[in-house]
Design a protein around this ligand. Structure first.
Ligand code: ATP
Ligand code: MG
Ligand code: MG
Ligand code: MG
Length: 475
C-alpha cells in the first residue's frame, strides 16, 4: 500500500468517527518554545493545555515532523528519520481511553476492503503504564492478556517536563517475526526492530506539579481529559510495503536508488555503504521539506540544522566516491517522490533548489581547504603524540570552513583522533555572547550592557533541545 494511501485511509477513518481534518502545520514550529514541529500534537498545544478553547472536540491530522534528536539513529535503525510524518487523532475533553484504543484497533487490524490497514491482529502487542488498569482492561477486549505488557515511566508516561498536563501512554507494537530479534514482546526487545513501535496513544489524565525529571507530584485528575496520539506513517508504510526499513518506502527509496546508481554501488552488498545511502536518502528529503517550509541554511538555530543535514548528505556521497555535485541529481528525485502529497514542493522548486545548490557549492569550496587543515592538524597531533584536536581547531573549522561539529568529529574519528568538544562548545558560547552583546550595544545606543548579557547567558534563553523531549520523553 502506497504511503499516500495510508495517509488517506487514516484521515478518512477518523473523519468518519467525527474528527475534523486539520492540515499539517509548518515544520517551523507554531509553538515558540520549539525550533521544529516534533510531533503531531504541537499545533494543538493551546487546546491540550486548556490555554485556548478547542474549536472542535475531535481532530485528526498528518503532521510533518523533524526530530534532530534522532539524527544519530538514521540509517542504523530501521525506523528513525530526521523527517517523518505523524498521523494523529486528538480528543479535547471528548472521548477517552476506551474509544482511543477502539479507534486505533479498528484501523490497524481492519480489513483492507473496508478501509483498514489489514495488519495481522495476532501480531499486535500493546503496552500500558504500570498501574493503568483501565487501559489494560480496554485492550483485553481485543488482545489476550499475555500480549499486553506493562512498562514504566521511561516508555509509557508522558509529561511536558514542567507543571501541567501529564498521563500514561499506551504504545502499539507490531511483531515482525523471529528473524528480527528475540521473543518476549516489546519489553524483551533491546533494539526495537522486531517489536516495532507504530503508534503511541497518550492519555492526558493528570495535573502534575513541579519536579525533577520523571519525579513529580500528581496533583489530581484533569477536569477535561484529552487524547493525543501519534502513528508513524513511514513505519506503517514499510510494514505494508513489505520492505525492511523506512528508507526503502516509496517516498524515500527513489533517492536511495539514484544515490546508489551515482556511486556505482549495489544497495544491500555492504553494510557501511548501505548506512550512507540511507543517510543520504533521509537527509535529502528532510532538507527538501525544511526548505519547502522556508528554512534557509545558516550558522544558527534552524538554519544550522538544515546546513548540517545538507552537508552530511553531500559528505556521505563523497565517502561513497561521488565527487560531482550530488544535490542537482538527488533533490529533483526527492521532489518527485514527495510532491504528490505536498504539491508546493513542485511549484516552489526553483527557489528551493537554488538554495540547496548554493549550499552544496559553498560546502564544496570549503571542504577542500577545511579537509587540508584538518589533515595537517591530525598529522601534527599524531607525530606529537597528542591524539586530540583542540577546541580552537574545531572552532576554526566551524567558523572559517562551515564544518558542523559532527562532521569534524566524524572526520577526526576516521583518523583515530578525538576532539575537545567541551572546548569547542565553550568557544561557541563565547562567540554567541559576543554577538548578543554587540546586538544589544547597538540597540542600547552604545551603552555597555555586557553584564546583562552574561545574566542572559546564564539563565536563558532556554536550550531548545530541552523542548525536543516534549513528546519524546517517553521513548
Ligand atoms: P522510538 O521509541 O521508536 O524512538 P518514540 O517513542 O520516540 O519512538 P513517539 O514520541 O511516541 O516516538 O512518537 C509517536 C510515533 O511517531 C512513534 O510511535 C513512531 O511510530 C513515530 N516516530 C517517532 N520518531 C520517529 C522517527 N524519528 N522517524 C519515524 N517515525 C518516528
Ligand atoms: Mg513512543
Ligand atoms: Mg518509544
Ligand atoms: Mg524516539
Amino acid at each position: 500500500m502506497q504511503t499516500a494511501e495510508i495517509r488517506r485511509r487514516f484521515l478518512e477513518h477518523f473523519e468518519k468517527r467525527g474528527h475534523t481534518v486539520v492540515p499539517s502545520a509548518s515544520l517551523v514550529s507554531p509553538d515558540p518554545s520549539l525550533l521544529f514541529t516534533v510531533a503531531g500534537m504541537v499545533p494543538f498545544i493551546p487546546y491540550l493545555t486548556g490555554r485556548e478553547p478547542a474549536p472542535y472536540p475531535r481532530a485528526t491530522s498528518v503532521q510533518k515532523c523533524v526530530r534532530t534528536l534522532d539524527i544519530e539513529e538514521v540509517g542504523k535503525t530501521t525506523r528513525h528519520g530526521t523527517f517523518f510524518q505523524m498521523n494523529g487523532n486528538f480528543s479535547f475533553g471528548d472521548y477517552f481511553k476506551a474509544e482511543a484504543i477502539q479507534f486505533a484497533w479498528e484501523l490497524v487490524t481492519g480489513s483492507v476492503e473496508d478501509g483498514g490497514l489489514g495488519l495481522a491482529a495476532d501480531r499486535i502487542w500493546p503496552t500500558v503504564y504500570l498501574d493503568d488498569d483501565e487501559a489494560f482492561e480496554a485492550w483485553q477486549a481485543y488482545v489476550p492478556a499475555e500480549r499486553i505488557q506493562r512498562r514504566g515511566k521511561d516508555d509509557n508516561y508522558w509529561s511536558t517536563g514542567a507543571a501541567g498536563p501529564a498521563g500514561p501512554c499506551s504504545e502499539i507494537h507490531y511483531d515482525r517475526g523471529p528473524e528480527y530479534g528475540p521473543d518476549g514482546g516489546p519489553e524483551g526487545d533491546p533494539t526495537g526492530d522486531r517489536f516495532l513501535e507504530i503508534w503511541n496513544l497518550v492519555f492526558m489524565q493528570y495535573e502534575r506539579g513541579d519536579g525533577e525529571g520523571k519525579e513529580f507530584p500528581i496533583l489530581g485528575e484533569l477536569p477535561r481529559k484529552n487524547i493525543d496520539t501519534g502513528m508513524g506513517l513511514e513505519r506503517v508504510a514499510f510494514l505494508l510495503q513489505g520492505v525492511d526499513n523506512m528508507y526503502e518506502i516509496d517516498e524515500v527509496a527513489p533517492v536511495l536508488r539514484r544515490a546508489a546508481e551515482l556511486a556505482g554501488v549495489t544497495y544491500g552488498a555492504d553494510h557501511e555503504a548501505d548506512v550512507r545511502l540511507r543517510v543520504v536518502a533521509d537527509h535529502v528529503r528532510s532538507g527538501l521539506m525544511l526548505m519547502g517550509d522556508g528554512v534557509t541554511p545558516g550558522n544558527e538555530g534552524r538554519g544550522y540544522i538544515l546546513r548540517r543535514l545538507l552537508r552530511r548528505a553531500v559528505r556521505a556521497m563523497r565517502l561513497l566516491g561521488v565527487e560531482d555535485p550530488a544535490l542537482p541529481v538527488l533533490l529533483p528525485v526527492s521532489r518527485d517522490a514527495m510532491s504528490p502529497s505536498y504539491p508546493d514542493l513542485a511549484t516552489d522548486f526553483e527557489r528551493i533548489s537554488a538554495v540547496a545548490y548554493a549550499e552544496e557549492d559553498a560546502f564544496r569550496r570549503t571542504l577542500v581547504a577545511g579537509t587540508a587543515l584538518l589533515d595537517t592538524a591530525v598529522g601534527q597531533l599524531k607525530s606529537s603524540g597528542t591524539p586530540q584536536l583542540s577546541g580552537a581547531q574545531a572552532f576554526q573549522l566551524h567558523d572559517t570552513y562551515g564544518f558542523p561539529i559532527d562532521l569534524t568529529l566524524e572526520m577526526a574519528a576516521e583518523q583515530g583522533v578525538s576532539v575537545d568538544e567541551a572546548g569547542f562548545r565553550a568557544l561557541m558560547a563565547e562567540q554567541r555572547d559576543r554577538a548578543r552583546a554587540d546586538a544589544r550595544a547597538k540597540r542600547s545606543g552604545g551603552v555597555d550592557v555586557s553584564r546583562f548579557s552574561e545574566l542572559l547567558a546564564q539563565h536563558g534563553p532556554t536550550d531548545w533541545r530541552a523542548y525536543e523531549t516534549l513528546r519524546t520523553e517517553s521513548r
